[in-house]
Design a protein. Structure first.
Length: 481
């Protein structure tokens, strides 16, 4: 058993940030939270529980400064081999960028196991540095490389869903699977090797899981997609892919398949509960209802979308419609692994959408006022009037932690029975009494205003916090940073 004493911050529900000061959180040997209670409680059982834990197994958070525990971030969409060239070629259209950089990097990883191990080991370490304790990864087409990826994350103590790419009709002749049958056989081999790797581990130590990963519709035949859905059913494995990401990709699918992206996936049986679809920037009302009905989670990648999609994901509308949403870095389509960066991107992108909505509303009113056409004004204004499109920092914190974890069947908050995946954030300490790194706190909390001070402090960390503020990280109760 171990315990943590201090301030706990989490987001149990969308739009709600919960700050529990002076609390005790107890974690069992399997890494699950067994109890949470105020440190000043009169409850005898709680007091005895804390007293039974050796002092060297108790982490006291605050000391001479202010720190808090926060659930680790969740990255629902990342291309592990593309970390090789992160931050390159972002001026290109998506399909050209894929051919010039992405496929080439993935080929390099598949051709060189030593390079794969070097890149993936570094990637897992970088994830810990930015506070991400769980990620959903696209790998490559070769089984061996994906097993190197899985082992790197398991050894680093970082949760990962590892996807062996399936693509039987690649536009790049040197990076392709030989046939539909060969692609399906490769997936089965990957799942068998994955099971052999994790089965000797205790269930609570199995941090990595496989995930079925058709790259996207343009690189997958209908036969492959249907075959992957069958394997997912038989092996009880989750599914991930890309959906409605860019106009050129969507037009290509309609031109060559005579169907929309979502129709191809849905007819194959791949839009299903627990599945993750990245981007979905062209989320129409009908697609929104389809995702909700099928139990699909959208991996919102705000930074990447700015570079590779002509549209921005309608986050406000998706959340209001109760579509499951988490955040993704989409490295290397996005240039930063940091979910902190992507939380901020999600908020300012939503505010830009709201600003554009208000400006369009203003312009329509001006034009139609001049025309003095009441009936026309009523019809036109209905397109731009209504609820705002902005998303708050609290909502972004939710989708970056709890929202992503719930999509993967886990907790993502501090509640009894949930896995203890946490990061320690320090606001100020003995060596930096005004504030750590980019944070400055000139005024101490006044008597009776501690709760308000903490809420403001967490918001300021959300805006200006860096990896320097991160002083520790635990996954399934084990300290990994």
């Amino acid at each position: 058993m171990q315990a943590f004493v201090g301030t706990l911050v989490d987001t149990p529900e969308l739009g709600q940030v919960r700050i529990r000061r002076d609390h005790v959180l107890v974690v069992n040997e399997q890494g699950y939270i067994t109890s949470i209670f105020p440190s000043s409680t009169d409850d005898d059982a709680a007091t005895k529980a804390l007293a039974s834990i050796p002092e060297d197994r108790i982490t006291r958070l605050n000391g001479a400064g202010e720190s808090f525990l926060l659930p680790t971030f969740v990255d629902l969409h990342q291309h592990a081999p593309q970390y090789l060239f992160c931050g390159t070629g972002l001026d290109l259209p998506l399909l050209e960028w894929l051919d010039r950089y992405a496929y080439r990097a993935e080929e390099s990883i598949d051709a060189d196991p030593a390079l794969a191990k070097q890149v993936y080991t570094r990637l897992a370490q970088r994830y810990k540095e930015v506070g991400t304790g769980c990620t959903v990864l696209f790998g490559t087409i070769k089984v061996e490389s994906n097993m190197i990826l899985a082992k790197a994350f398991q050894e680093a103590g970082v949760r990962a869903f590892v996807g062996k790419l399936s693509m039987d009709q690649s536009p790049r002749p040197t990076y392709n699977e030989a046939s539909t049958a060969a692609s399906l056989e490769s997936v089965t081999s990957f799942l068998d090797q994955f099971d052999a790797f994790v089965s000797p581990l205790p269930s609570h130590h199995r941090l990595v899981q496989p995930i079925i990963t058709p790259r996207f519709v343009p690189t997958c035949s209908d036969a492959l997609l249907c075959g992957l859905a069958k394997i997912a059913d038989e092996r009880n494995v989750r599914v991930q892919s890309h959906l409605c990401e860019g106009r050129d990709q969507m037009d290509w699918v309609e031109r060559t398949r005579g169907k929309k992206d979502e129709e191809v996936f849905d007819e194959a049986g791949l839009l299903r509960p627990g599945s993750i679809q990245a981007h979905v920037t062209y989320l129409s009302p009908s697609l929104m209802e389809l995702c909700k009905a099928r139990g699909v989670t959208v991996a919102h990648c705000p930074l990447s979308n700015v570079y590779f999609s002509e549209a921005q994901f309608p986050l406000r509308e998706a959340l209001d419609a109760q579509v499951s949403v988490g955040l993704g870095s989409d490295v290397a389509g996005g240039y930063s692994l940091s979910i902190e960066t992507n939380m901020r991107s999600a908020v300012y992108t939503s505010r830009m959408r709201e600003g554009a909505r208000q400006e369009e509303h203003h312009q329509r009113r001006a034009i139609e006022s001049t025309a003095n056409t009441t009936e026309k004004s009523t019809v036109s204004l209905s397109r731009t009037a209504g609820k705002g499109l902005s998303v708050s920092w609290v909502e972004s914190l939710y989708i970056g932690t709890r929202g992503g974890k719930k999509a993967l069947g886990m907790g993502g908050a501090f509640e009894e029975g949930m896995e203890f995946d946490a990061q320690l954030i320090t606001l100020r300490d003995e060596t930096s009494p005004l504030g750590v790194d980019q944070l400055d706190f000139f005024l101490p909390p006044s008597e009776g205003s501690e709760d308000a001070w903490w809420l403001e402090a967490v918001e300021r960390w959300w805006c200006n916090g860096t990896r320097v503020n991160r002083r520790g990280m635990w996954i399934q109760g084990d300290k990994v940073l």
